[in-house]
Every structure is written in structure tokens, then in C-alpha cells.
Ligand binder design. Sequence first.
Ligand code: FAD
Length: 479
Amino acid sequence: MGDGGPGLVVLPALQDRLPAVEGDPRVHRACLDRRSGAHVHRGHRRRAVVVHRADPADGGPGVRASGHAPQRSSIPAPAAHPRFGGVRMTDGIVIAGGGLAAQRAAETLRRAGYADGLRMVCAEPHPPYDRPPLSKEVLTSERRGDSIRFRADGWYVENEVDLLLGVRAAVLWPDERVLHLSDGSALRYDRLLIATGARPRELPTLAGYRNVSTLSSLNDALALRDVLASTARLVIIGAGFVGLEVAASARQLGAEVTMIESAPAPLSNVLGPVGGWFTDLHRFHGVHVITSTTVTAVEGDDRFRLLKLASGQEIRADHVLVGVGVSPDLDWLAGSALPTSGVPVDAEGRSQAEAIFAAGDAALTFDPQLARHVAGSHWERAARQGTRAARAMLGLATGEPPLESFWSDQYGIRINYLGHAPAADAYAVDGDMDATDFQVTYTREGRPVAVLLVGRPRELPQARKLMTNGGSLELLARN
Ligand SMILES: Cc1cc2nc3c(=O)[nH]c(=O)nc-3n(C[C@H](O)[C@H](O)[C@H](O)COP(=O)(O)OP(=O)(O)OC[C@H]3O[C@@H](n4cnc5c(N)ncnc54)[C@H](O)[C@@H]3O)c2cc1C
């Protein structure tokens, strides 16, 4: 991003007060009782807002999470924190992660009047930004990183949110409420939100080749944009939503695109036979779609030149994008007793560990429709969970949990999806699939469990109503 860069920027704190927190007597007391020494209302103190920027290289300067906990004697003394100094009992609410769920949580906390310390630990060198444009406009236009930021620097200053950039959450000690960071410092938290998102899965067969990449971060997207500017032949492995979107963007840029999918059709694990429509769409736009096969061998040196498929086909290409799904980015929880495969939380984002919440792609949320914990990597889910976890931290009502939903843009067509199609026993199509203007309603025992809208974004509120009023919650739970 344009304003990124190494160094430490210390900005003056603002003197204004936020309104009192609604709802949570603990927060009220903590803010107003100056004798306890536990917390000081931020309106009465003067401190600096710190925007810490480390090495601009993705991942920051320090060690990656190793799972080896530092010696317990290295916990910083509460009275003089090494990073922030001053007399503090804790660092307030700490958010591990600097993406969508983290940003929504920070905004919600401040809007609700939470007035104590708030720190976001962000592995990337960039201030929090939105990911959906990475497979779309960032690839197809000269759009700069700054334009996809959630907020400008001023917002973090005004709201006294300390943004620690290029630093990773490295080791968690839940019993001591201490989060160790990759730069060797540590934070004591009142409450912790785990929002470190997910990272792309890799394919061992293709590991180590210089012309193989994944797409998850702004740096990944900028590198892929450079590749597409000079690459004639792109192979995409995996026809999930991100792979499909990159295929559409690459075709728009004139690249020759081959997409390899192990299932019989793109998204068939979610949409069933309707996934075949995506094969037709992409073939219509010139993508060479190969389904029901996998890459079994690779020829090349430090760059691959040839891919051999289980089907016997051989593909020559200049670059491969691997898009075979994501896994929660939680290696840093190793040794903490919290699972590294996704943090199970209730509908409000509470984990089983005291004072620890999780949201977004790192969380396994309790889905009342399915009556079990589920993973997910969708924008709306992460945004709403960040908001809900923040409100739950303050003891505020969170309202009804949202429906699972996703949107995608391919060749200028808006695709919306709501609910859980795999639970369906039938589906009905309304509209014209050839004209990219249709709705698929998935039902179980005659009641709607999911809706797919293609080219009909205006029907979304109606589809939500259908799912909410007519949805088969009990039947899904029994599935
Ligand atoms: C290319 C792309 C396109 C997408 N398009 C769509 C779309 O069209 N529609 C849709 O619904 N969804 C889309 N998504 C999914 C959506 O963007 C994600 O579900 C959402 O961003 C998840 O938010 P999050 O806050 O959980 O994680 P993220 O937004 O991924 O943020 C997590 C952050 O935490 C950081 N982090 C990781 N480990 C650590 C650590 N140890 N310490 C500190 N920080 C750490 C990461 O670097 C990252 O910055 C897309 C995703 C991608 C990658």
C-alpha cells in the first residue's frame, strides 16, 4: 500500500471521549473507577496511539509461530509493558489478526463505547483491507492497494486502535492471558479475539516451483497481476469460487486459461449437478475446463514446464495458481490447548477458553441450522461474526445469527448463494440458465434449505425471506 513502510510511527492521542458502553456494568465500572487501578478511562489519560510497522515483507520480521512457548519467566511485568510503557494492568482487548473480522470487531467495540485499550496484531505489512477485490478488480485493473483499505490511518488514530503491522501472534498462554508476538514482545489481554483467518492449502506435487502460487493476500494478488501481464498460459488447479474468479479475470486480460478440477464439475460438492453450469460458462468464455482429474507429476527445474494428469493428458503452461481451498491459520495456537484446526465457538463467538473469542475464517461457528460447528470462508460470515463477537465481549445483545451466504462476480455476472445446498434432496430451477438469469431453490422434504441466484442480485432480499420464513431449520438439524 502506498503508505506502508518500515519504522515506527507514533501519533498523538486524541483527547475526546467516547460515550459510555451500553449494557456491560463491568466495562462501565472499569472505565469510571479510577481508584481501582485496574483500568483508566481513556478520556482521563494521555497516551500515544501507535501504528507499528515492521518489515514490509509479508509475514513480518520475527519468527513464525513455532508452537514452542517462551519461558514463563519472560512474561512482561504488568506495571511497565515493553511496548507501550506506562502503568497498565493489561493491554485491554487484543485482536489477533488484521482482516475483515478483526476490523469489524474493532469498529463495533469503539462504536459501542468500549473505551479501554484496543490492539490489533496484524501479520501483514498492510493496514486491514478487503479481500474479495483481490481475485477481481485488483487483477484486472491498476487498482492500488490503498483503494481496498477498510479505513484510512486517521480512523485508527481517532479511535485509538493500536495497529501492530508486520507482527504475528506467535504463542498463546490462555491461563495467564498472555499473547506472545513474533517480535519477542507480549501482550496481556482482558479479552482476546482470534481472527487470523485462513491460509490457502498447497499441493505437495507442486511445492517449491517458482512459477506456482496461491492467492490470499494483497501481495499475492499484486504478484499474480504482474505474472498475468506477461504470461500467456495460466493453469488454475481447483474450481472453487476463487479459482473461477481468477479464471474470469485472466480471460479478461487475454491469458490462455486451463482449469483442472478433481470433481465432476466446479463447486459440485456445494451445488450438486448445477455446478455443471459453471463448466459451461467458463468454456463459453474460452477456458479449457478439465474435470474429474488431478495432477500426478510435474516436469521442470526450479520452474515447472509440464503437468501430467491422472487422465493421461499433459499440459504445458507458464504459471499455475493453486486454488484448492483454505485451512484456518492457527499454527500459533499449538501448545495452547485450543485446536489449530479451527476454534469452535458458540453463536456469539465465545470459545471454551475463558475470555477468548474467535470470528471469521479461523472460527468454527455453531450453526443453529445444522446444529453443529462449521468452518466457512465467506465475507458476510466473517463481517457479522466480528461484529457479534465484539458485542458479546461487552455483554451486548447480538441478535439472530446470520444465514450462511456468499457472493461471486464472474464475467460481469453476480452470483449469490444462501444456506446449505448439500442438505437438499431436490432442487428446482426458475429462469433461463443459458441467459445467465436464474434462481435455483434447493429443498429438503419440500422446504427451502438453500438458494442460488445467478444474475439476479435484486432477488436477494426475497431469497433471504424465503430462507428465513420457509427454511427447514429442524430438518437441516436432523441431517
Ligand atoms: C482472493 C479472495 C477473494 C474472495 N472473494 C470473496 C467473495 O467474492 N465473496 C465472499 O463472500 N468471500 C470472498 N472471499 C472470502 C473472504 O474475503 C474471507 O472469508 C474473509 O476475508 C475472512 O475474514 P477474516 O477476518 O476471517 O480473515 P482475513 O480477512 O483473511 O484476515 C486474517 C488476517 O490475519 C492475518 N494473520 C494470519 N495469521 C496471523 C497471526 N499469527 N498473527 C497476526 N495476524 C495473522 C492474515 O495475514 C490476515 O491479514 C475471498 C477471499 C479471497 C482470498
